[in-house]
Design a protein around this ligand. Structure first.
Ligand code: PLP
Length: 376
């Protein structure tokens, strides 16, 4: 197979891992040999470095993005009897984490342009039990934080941001994760900053929320006490090896994000005149991190099959909105209440995006998509 006909994957974790392999192996070995495997110096230093990167006072690492959301909600005082408004067009960890606090999630429909939560619909869903809004910065495109914060302030609601897909994205000139009461990041391997296993963190400027997060991830321990518990937490810590690995990768995150943005610009050029809808252009002060590059298109499933035939990876995030998931059947949601999420689920397609993608690879993806529509 010639170089130009090599398959183009949706993500390419191997190339990035190979480029840092020696440093990663050395850092992991050092953490292993330190015999300090949990909540040690690597974790402490990574927390300080990530907090600085996001521009917040506190970063509290934990076992995953899902546990970050659960911990942050609990730390913000959300629990039994409370309602949390969120989007149905997301990964199930967003809502399962709400349920794990004992609170109830309530769906608002999405904005058809950004795929993020529709703030007007959030407002309609507010009841006397609503305690928080949980926006997801889907695909790395920031939710409308200006309007969300305004609404939350008006109604006295907490805002917990799901930043799992949006490391270094900004809204109103501020990095996501530093706008609401807390931000929740995933370091799942495929994420813009990925560990070699599961990991996540909470970011916040609120001292009390930070202290509660530290306790909740560590079985609810009172600060500095081994067997005294202020809260009922769980075993949700991140380990030192992951912290050491993330510390090797973090200095590259800004450059990797710029490369993603460059690739997005190549896509915009290469797909000009092709009948697909490109990701939206963020308004001033907003920037996206392109966790994935998602187009909206007709004949989506046929296009996906055509790309596959031509060795090009793609994926649908998400083909089945959460209100239709078997896990939530008992909750009796009606798909007709979420027309925009319903439509997006049938039309979106994410095409190859990773920092190492070349201009030639992007051109080949664009040409293949163009060719598909020319044959239609
Ligand atoms: C939007 C969103 N929220 C939450 C999560 C959960 O993160 P994790 O897989 O680290 O638990 C993910 C990860 O896939 C995600 O994409």
């Amino acid at each position: 197979m010639t170089d130009e006909l090599k398959p183009i994957p949706l993500f390419n974790l191997k190339e990035q891992h190979d480029s840092l392999k020696q440093e990663i192996n050395a850092a992991a070995t050092e953490a292993l040999n330190s015999m300090h495997w949990l909540l040690g110096p690597q974790t402490e230093q990574f927390e300080a470095e990530f907090a600085k990167t996001i521009g917040v006072k506190h970063c509290i690492t934990c076992s995953s993005g899902a546990s970050a959301i659960q911990i942050a909600l609990k730390a913000a005082g959300i629990g039994e009897g409370d309602e949390v408004i969120t989007t149905p067009f997301t990964f199930i960890a967003t809502t399962s984490s709400v349920s794990l606090t004992g609170a109830k999630f309530v769906f608002a429909d999405i904005d058809p342009v950004t795929y993020n939560i529709d703030v007007a619909d959030v407002e309609r869903k507010i009841t006397k039990n609503t305690k928080a809004i949980l926006p997801v910065h889907l695909y790395g495109y920031p939710a409308n934080m200006d309007a969300i914060m305004h609404l939350a302030n008006e109604h006295g609601l907490k805002v917990i941001e799901d930043c799992a897909q949006a490391h270094l994205a900004t809204a109103d000139g501020v990095m996501v994760g530093g706008i609401g009461d807390a931000g929740c990041f995933s370091f799942y391997p495929s994420k813009n900053l990925g560990a070699c296993g599961d990991a996540g963190c909470i970011t916040t400027n609120d001292d009390e929320i930070a202290a509660r997060c530290r306790s909740l991830r560590h079985s609810g321990r009172a600060l500095g006490k081994a067997y005294e518990y202020d809260l009922e937490g769980s075993t949700l810590r991140m380990d030192e090896i992951q912290a050491a690995i993330l510390r090797v990768k973090l200095p590259h995150l800004a450059e990797w994000t710029e490369k993603r943005r460059k690739a997005a610009a190549w896509y915009a050029e290469g797909l000009a005149g092709v009948p697909v809808v490109l990701p939206p252009t963020p308004p001033a002060g907003y920037s996206q991190s392109y966790y994935v590059y998602t187009i909206r298109c007709e004949h989506r499933d046929e296009l996906q099959a055509y790309l596959k035939e031509h060795g090009i990876g793609s994926a649908v995030y998400y083909p089945v909105p959460l209100y239709k998931q078997p896990a939530y059947k008992h909750l009796g949601f009606k798909a007709t209440d979420y027309p925009q999420a319903e439509k997006a689920a049938k039309e979106v397609l994410s095409i190859p995006m990773f920092p190492e993608i070349t201009e030639e690879q992007v051109a080949r993806v664009c040409d293949t998509i163009r060719e598909f529509y020319e044959k239609k």
